[in-house]
Design a protein around this ligand. Structure first.
Ligand code: GAP
Length: 513
């Protein structure tokens, strides 16, 4: 099965088992907006807890806030979002479909890269053991020709984007003979800038411009509360403020399921440091965040850094932590050294002094900032896409199992009486009533035990506990492990410790020490 097919199956699975639903589905849906179902919300909450506790509990100098989505419109002028939070947009006149001009070009470049990789694969097959990829890439005429084209298009694209030259972007699309995937034609409109912020009206006071924006990032809520938190929390630099919340962007190219949405959730932390010490902290936070991801247990090889060559005007270092999604390595989190740009601009735009008095240096300054910014929905997708597995069993059957790391699994334990009579349901309820204070449990007595195991596999429940007739005599149950499908007879009194050790967020946090 191709990765594309697996991804399609995963999307269908998410709906079938209550993880993710298309928003407003009974009205034919709303594009790039999704709802989380009964299983999805549990997984999402577990990811949030892991992040929140890793930030605010493991670091005495990081505290959290929850700022409003609506903020004063001047904030978005100060942050640069009103002026520059744009995507270049182009329409195909025949299909009437709208595209991001830079994405059309990136896809073109990705095809050239794929072409070179295919050539390498051919070389590998041809030369076997003696194959030297570096030498092959440097000498093979087909690769060299494609590479020249790649460098030329890439160079022109970067130059056009940097210069904000929309005509040059359009010309490049035409020169590359990029066609609309729907109509197949190259009948393109001009390229226009499109601001990604959603706006709405606050109140209805006549004559007053009440335009406000839905926040496109949670970070600004942290910046504008810098003084509040620093003063009321008596925080000393270096310190951080963390926040989890919704953000909104009117994405032109919204696809790949919950990867790029118009309403999504971010988990952001701004770490305030002394000017001049920011690059040291940037390095530290890069490593700390990568360790957080790897501890989840999806496979260390699935992560990589992508350091930015081209920096935003306010940054002096930036990297993406990329994850290998079914559609390739893509950004999961950004770590940015944002200098004093945001606090400095809020100082300018608000007219308030936003500075920190450093008692050790006996001076006041605008702190520098390291930001860590992860998309919760992308983290959710990373977990689910790695966990999804269609497995052939020895008996010829197949099972779909979500190998979600146990601390993040929506349901931790399923409690299953073998039959619906002979006092087994009562005993099962007793066990469930005892465990439900500690773990998210699910009780199920319908259908054969095999079918019930499959249902639990499909939602990623790490443990099934089966109560049978012997349980009534020996107070033991059968515990079945999701990944190995092995079964073990254990005393009821040992269930807490067996399960707790594996499923607590604590166990993940302990690994970060
Ligand atoms: N405050 C910095 C900031 O917002 P960003 O790189 O634009 O930086 C941070 O976004 C993270 O938010 C990304 O790494 C990604 O995980 C997530 N994200 C951004 N746009 C998204 C979208 N349309 N849908 C889902 N997640 C998104």
């Amino acid at each position: 099965m191709t990765q594309e097919e697996v991804f399609k199956n995963l999307t269908a699975h998410c709906k079938e088992y209550g993880f993710v639903f298309q928003s407003s589905e009974i009205y034919d849906g709303l594009s790039a907006v999704y709802d989380y179902g009964q299983m999805g919300v549990e997984l999402k909450n577990n990811i949030k807890k892991y992040w929140w506790d890793a930030m605010t509990r493991l670091n005495e100098n990081i505290v959290g806030i929850d700022s409003a989505i609506f903020m004063h419109p001047r904030i978005w002028e100060a942050s640069g979002h009103v002026g520059a939070f744009n995507d270049p947009l182009i329409d195909n006149k025949d299909s009437k479909k709208r595209y991001r001009a830079d994405v059309l070009l990136e896809e073109y470049l990705a095809k050239l890269e794929e072409k070179m990789n295919k050539e390498v694969e051919k070389g590998k097959r041809k030369f076997g053991e003696s194959f030297n990829e570096e030498q092959f890439r440097a000498t093979n005429p087909n690769i060299l020709r494609t590479k020249t084209k790649y460098d030329e298009v890439h160079g022109r694209m970067v130059a056009a984007l940097e210069a904000n030259d929309l005509n040059a972007l359009r010309q490049l699309i035409i020169d590359c003979e990029i066609a609309c995937p729907i109509s197949g034609t190259k009948n393109w409109t001009e390229v226009r800038q499109f601001n990604l912020m959603f706006s709405t009206q606050l109140g209805n006071i006549s004559g007053e411009d009440g335009t406000i924006y839905l926040r496109p990032e949670t970070a600004q809520g942290i910046f504008v509360n810098f003084l509040n938190v620093q003063k009321t929390g008596r925080m000393k630099i270096p310190f951080g403020i963390a926040q989890i919340g919704k953000a909104f962007r009117n994405e032109i190219v919204a696809r790949q399921f919950i990867f790029r949405m118009r309403e999504f959730e971010q988990m952001e932390m701004q770490f305030f440091v002394r000017p001049g010490e920011e690059l040291e902290w940037f390095k530290k936070w890069k490593e700390t965040r990568l360790a957080w991801h790897k501890t989840i247990g999806l496979g260390d090889e699935k992560y990589r850094f992508h350091d930015h060559d081209k920096l935003a005007h306010y940054a002096n270092a930036a990297t993406d932590i990329e994850f290998e999604f079914p559609f390739g390595f893509k950004e999961l989190e950004g770590v940015h050294s944002r200098t004093d740009f945001d606090l400095g601009n809020h100082q300018k735009f608000s007219g308030r002094k936003i500075q920190y008095f450093d008692p050790e240096k006996n001076e006041s300054y605008v702190p520098y900032v390291i930001e860590t910014s992860i998309g919760l929905d992308r983290c959710f997708l990373a977990v689910l896409s790695s966990a999804y597995c269609e497995e052939a069993l020895e008996n010829g059957e197949t099972r779909v199992v979500l190998r979600i790391p146990a601390p993040l699994a929506p349901v931790k334990v399923a409690v299953l009486p073998l039959v619906k009579k002979d006092g087994l349901p009562e005993k099962a309820r007793e066990i469930m009533d005892d465990m439900k204070y500690l773990f998210n449990c699910q009780y199920d007595e319908k259908d054969s035990i095999g079918k019930r195991y499959r249902r639990q596999d499909a939602i990623g429940t790490p443990f099934c506990v089966t109560i049978d007739h012997d349980t009534l005599k020996d107070n033991c149950v059968t515990i079945r492990y999701r990944d190995t499908m092995e079964q073990e007879r254990v005393p009821i009194s040992s269930l807490h410790s067996i399960i707790d050790e594996k499923v607590s967020i604590r166990s993940l946090l302990a690994k970060l020490r």
